[in-house]
Design a protein around this ligand. Structure first.
Ligand code: GLP
Length: 262
């Protein structure tokens, strides 16, 4: 895992957006997979600016999303369909019909989830996966205990996640208890993962994710086994990493290498 520690959230967001823009430059027809939550908001803002300045072109891109609340229609203000449209899709030159987000209203869930995975394969697989981190260590909506080989499916939210996400709803009881989420096995098939973690409240769980054992009790720890993950953490989130200084040193050495200084 490559670990980039930024001084603040702003720098984290700029770095993440520039990695995505770079991906689009290298492969204009990239298949991207997006995440929701507060953490990627700054990244999306930066991507919108880059697109307006002609530095990020979405015209040939296809996008997927990690997850969706089960029971929310796509025009519900708390649905992830609505979130993606508001924060990214309607501001960039992504073509109509070129994004797929799990449909939270389907009846035949098993068939549908299989089909969602099939669509990913049809498009050639995910080139770049954006991820955030839940306070209990989840990625997507894969709560602790999720199989590290899991695929897209219906999951039940942990009470902690219901509490965390209640800030977006009128009250805790309005938070859907079921979700559709790509599995950890699905996520691990992405060719590149950009993993964003921000804020002091994520510091303890991030330490477990990066420096603890790989375990389904901390779903994001599976990323230790992924060959091409870039973790971008701001200072507060990185504050409990035991080998923080070493990771920063490695990054400096990497930059020198990329500039041809060694
Ligand atoms: C939700 C999403 C995750 C996200 C997590 C953390 O549960 N399903 O994809 O990473 O929230 O959100 P935040 O970035 O707001 O802390």
């Amino acid at each position: 895992m490559r670990i980039i520690i930024t001084k603040d959230y702003q720098e984290l967001s700029q770095k993440a957006a520039s990695l995505i823009a770079q991906q689009l430059k290298e492969k204009p027809s990239s298949v991207l997979c997006f995440a929701t939550g507060s953490t990627p908001l700054g990244t999306y803002e930066n991507l919108v600016s880059l697109c307006k300045d002609g530095k990020a072109d979405f015209s040939k891109v296809f996008t997927f999303n990690l997850d969706e609340y089960y029971g929310l229609a796509d025009d519900h203000p708390q649905s992830y369909h609505y979130f993606m449209s508001e924060h990214l899709f309607k501001h960039v030159n992504l073509r109509k019909g070129k994004s797929l987000i799990p449909d939270g209203t389907v009846k035949n869930i098993k068939e549908y989830c299989k089909h969602y995975e099939w669509e990913m394969k049809q498009k050639g697989g995910i080139d770049l996966q954006l991820l955030g981190l839940g306070s209990d260590g989840h990625i997507g909506f894969n709560e602790p205990g999720s199989s590290l080989g899991s695929r897209t499916r219906l999951k039940t939210l942990d009470e902690q996640t219901v509490k965390d996400n209640s800030r977006f709803f009128d009250s805790e009881k309005d938070v859907p208890r079921y979700v559709l989420t790509m599995g950890i096995g699905t996520i691990m098939e992405a060719r590149k993962i950009v993993f964003l973690v921000s804020g002091e409240n994520k510091a303890s769980i991030l330490q477990k994710v990066v420096e603890g054992p790989v375990t389904s009790m901390v779903p994001a720890s599976a990323l230790q086994l992924h060959p091409n993950t870039v973790l971008i953490a701001d200072e507060p989130a990185a504050s409990k990493l035991a080998r923080k200084d070493y990771y920063s040193y490695v990054e400096k050495m990497q930059e020198r290498y990329e500039k041809g200084e060694i």
